[in-house]
Every structure is written in C-alpha cells, then in structure tokens.
Write a protein that binds this ligand. Structure first.
Ligand code: FAD
Length: 454
C-alpha cells in the first residue's frame, strides 16, 4: 500500500491517511475536489526528493500543495496519489539587507516575510490579497501579483534563486544571491509560474528592497466608469507611476454601499484609488498635484489619505468590496482577466452586454494600472444545473472576448483546472506545443500535478 511505502521511506509522523487530513488536502478555494491516497508532510528537501524519486519509479501522481488558497484548483489531487504539503518547511533562513535578499523555505506565509522585512526597514513588495494565508512556494508557482505590482512587478521580479526538486528526485539549484546573473537559460523564470508541473520549490532566494518611508493616497469617485478609466490614462500619461491604481465599477460600489453603509463611499458610478510612495517631501508635493489633476478630470468626490493609518483605512474599505459582493447572496465567479489598458472601457462595456444577454450581473474591479480587472459573474445559484450551464456559457463568452482582444485569461491566479479549456487558444498552437515539450522533458512520466494547465 502507498502509505506503508511512504512511511518506511519518511517515517510515520510525515505521512497521513486520516480522513479529515485527506479531506483538507482535497480542495483549494475553487470548487473542484478529489481525495489523495496519502498526504506527505515534507520537512526537508531530502523528504521531497525521496518522495518524488519513489513516485516517479512507481508512476504515482504527486500534487504539491502550499497553503491551499489558490483560486483555480491547482493543488487539487485530481488523480489521487500523493498530496505533497511543504507547509512544515516554513522558516525564513536568512534576511540579509547587505545582499538585498531573503532566503526562505516554501511554506513561509507571504505576509510573515513582509512583516519580518519591514521590521528591519526592508520591503518584499508582492502583495496578493491572500497574503496573510498564502505561501511563498504557492506565490512562486503561480507568479502571484497584487495592487503594488504596477510599480514593483509581480513575484517573478523578486525571485533571484531557487532550489527545485525535479520529478525524478534530483535537486537543482539555479540562480542565487546575485541580483544579475546571465549564466545559462533563465530556469528561475521557467519554474516561476509553472504551477507545480515542472518541479517542487524547496527553497527560494528573494530580492528585498529598501522600504519607502511614506505613502499617501487619493481616492475619488466619478460619474461614469469611462471617466475613471480616462483618469487612469491621464495620471500615467502625466508622468506619475503610482504604487497602486485601482478601479471599481458601479455594481460593486452599490453592493459596497448596501453592505458597508451608504456613507462609506461618496456618490458616483466608479471609484479610483491612487497610492503614491517614496520620500516624505516628494510624496507630500506629488499627492497635492495628483489630487488637483484628479479633480480637473471630473472627480465628483475626493479624499486624501496622508498617513499609513489613513491609507490602511482606505485599503480596508477596498477589501470590503469583495465581502460586499459576497453579501449580495449571489455566487461570485471571480475571473482575473487582463486586457491592454487602453481596452478597460471596452471590457466593462462587454461585461454589460453579457449582463443584458444572460441576466447575470457582472461586477468589475481591480488593478487598473495593469489592466488586470477581476470580473465577477454574480450567479443566483451555481448548484442549479440550468444556472450553471448559463454561467459557464457567460464565462466562455468573456474568455473568448478577452482572447480576441489581445488580453490574457489569467493575470494572477493561474490556469490550474479552472482555465484549462481556454489555455491552448490563449497561448496559440506553437506555444502550446512548447509547453508540452518542456513538460515531457522535465517530467517524462507526467507524475507532477497531472490534469492541470495542459
Ligand atoms: C481571498 C483570496 C484572494 C486572493 N488574491 C490574490 C491576489 O491578489 N493575487 C494573486 O496572485 N492571487 C490571489 N489569490 C490566489 C492565491 O492566493 C494565490 O494563487 C497564491 O499564490 C496561492 O498560494 P498557496 O500557498 O495557497 O498555493 P496552493 O493553492 O497551495 O497552490 C497553488 C499552486 O502552486 C503549486 N505549488 C504550491 N507550492 C508549491 C511549491 N513549493 N513548489 C511547486 N509548486 C507549488 C500547487 O501545486 C498549485 O498548482 C487569492 C486567493 C484568495 C482565496
């Protein structure tokens, strides 16, 4: 039996077949689920290597799991086999401002790394909204992003070096503490975003940067989404690169007013958050210029937040948008699509067409600066077969429009199972074939995370 073999390989305390453990390792935050045969709790690179070597020799599927808060079914063990958790490998091994690096194990929680860096005046910028729960290994595997990625870049921009266990159990170290390194192919880039299909990340050397001393923020409402989208272009065209630039549509605002109170947000059918960070004097000057410009561009309500606490209060409100949508009682199908920034208005107009065609409300909000708009189809009852068919057809319509308009079907969450059916069309025939060739070269028996992406 698989569990017996794993126990003799790793010891009983690192293997479980308890029903509740199998269940918690059968899902993520998407709606697919399947029980693994056994869960391995790796405590070292050696544990991961032994597990993979054994699985490869016996053709056993292995699904690597971080914190399990993915949105695309990425860590669901669709073929049973082994769910390989790296969450016991959760140490920050080194925090070294002199080299501008943090060396971490994959199970470190992103928010905890940020807090540790912050304590010594340094900064690890990637900020997925799930940062209090998700793991660095999961962030690397999905190339996670968040609001501040407009200025600072996504997870890939911070991965300098990786230790990865390959499908056959070999341990590869690539990159390291050097901030520039052009020795060989960009294997760090290949592994980042590979969704657990090419290897298991067991250690990462991450770039950290000095923490900007201050930040300030303008939040404003506009009469129409088109006015707010125009303001986005004007702000960036005016030579300011905000640390975050977030846009929200009228449907979401109305849900927020219903949930958080009518006074929580001034009148208007679109909302913009523009955050700046940097040195105290320059941020104080620029935030005033920015506020003047946003008023000229037609803001109907405007607030300036000038301290960490005031900015945090606005982010708190912004985080409330997601809960407000949930509070509508509808099921939220959250699609993290991206369009070229010039197409933001067309995207929202298309969302309104979907609404009119299907009767399914569509709530749009997200990272306007990088065109990454979370487009949420608000479905009455996704468990109802008829509703499900209608909702799935609407999602298909949305993805086809995104692909036809030069967008990307996922900017943050990854492909996993959720977006697999559109993947080949999204990347094109040759790129799809190259993905398959790379997978076959690194994992010839196809044991790592089968049924995902490809
Ligand atoms: C409320 C909420 C908000 C979110 N907001 C954002 C957001 O703003 N931005 C964003 O990018 N994402 C967001 N997400 C999605 C999710 O949190 C990220 O995808 C995150 O990176 C997943 O990390 P995890 O540790 O939970 O990974 P898991 O869900 O455990 O795994 C995700 C994928 O990574 C693979 N994997 C995990 N660890 C490793 C490893 N060590 N080596 C190799 N492969 C591995 C798994 O096999 C799987 O394919 C959000 C999710 C939720 C629930």
């Amino acid at each position: 039996m698989l569990a017996d073999a794993l126990i003799s390989l790793l010891g009983p305390e690192k293997v479980s077949t308890a029903q509740d453990i199998l269940e918690t390792h059968s899902i993520d935050k998407w709606h697919a689920s399947n029980l693994p045969e056994a869960v391995v709790f790796a405590e070292s690179t050696e544990d991961v290597a032994k597990t993979l070597q054994y699985a490869n020799e016996h053709n056993i599927p292995v699904t690597t799991r971080g914190a399990g808060v993915g949105y695309v079914g990425g860590c669901v063990p669709t073929r049973g086999g082994i769910a390989l958790s790296v969450m016991r490998m959760n140490k920050i091994l080194d925090l070294a401002p002199m080299d501008g690096v943090a060396v971490v194990q994959p199970g470190v929680i992103t928010g905890e790394l940020q807090a540790a860096a912050r304590e010594i005046g340094w900064y690890y910028p990637p900020d997925p909204a799930s940062l209090k729960e998700c793991s660095i290994g999961g962030n690397i595997a999905t190339n996670a992003g968040g609001p501040r990625c407009l200025k600072y870049g996504v997870t890939r921009s911070y991965v300098l070096g990786l230790e990865v266990v390959l499908a056959d159990g070999r341990v590869m170290r690539t990159g390291g503490r050097n901030h520039k390194n052009k020795t060989g192919f960009d294997l760090v880039g290949l592994m980042t975003g590979s969704e657990g299909l090419l290897g298991v990340v067991t250690e990462a050397t991450l770039r950290i940067i000095p923490h900007p001393p201050t930040r300030s923020m303008v939040s404003a409402t506009f009469d129409t989404f088109a006015d707010a989208a125009r303001a986005v272009q004007e702000i960036l065209g005016g030579g300011i690169l905000p640390s975050a630039l977030e846009i929200t549509d009228g449907f979401t605002l109305e849900a927020a007013r219903n949930y958080l109170g009518r006074d929580a947000l001034p009148a208007g059918d679109a909302h913009l958050i523009v955050e700046l960070d940097g040195q105290v004097e320059s941020v104080a000057r620029e935030i005033q210029q920015l506020a003047d410009r946003v008023r000229e561009l037609g803001a109907v309500g405007l607030n300036i937040a000038q301290s960490d606490e005031e900015c945090e209060a606005v982010w708190q409100l912004r985080r409330g948008f997601s809960y407000s949508l949930r509070a509508t009682g509808l099921t939220k199908l959250n699609e993290d699509i991206v369009v070229p920034r010039s197409k933001l208005v067309e995207l929202v107009a298309f969302a309104r067409e979907i609404e009119a065609d299907t009767g399914i409300a569509v709530a749009c909000f997200g990272h306007a600066g990088d065109g990454n708009i979370h487009t949420n189809l608000m479905v009455d009852n996704y468990d109802d077969p008829e509703e499900k068919v209608k909702a799935d057809a609407a999602v298909d319509q949305l993805f086809r429009w995104v692909i036809a308009n030069g967008g990307a079907i996922t900017g943050e969450h990854g492909v996993g199972i959720a977006k697999r059916q559109w993947f080949a069309d999204a990347v094109g025939e040759t790129s799809y074939a190259v993905h398959k060739q790379l997978k076959a070269a690194l994992d010839p028996n196809g044991i790592l995370n089968p049924d995902k992406v490809l």
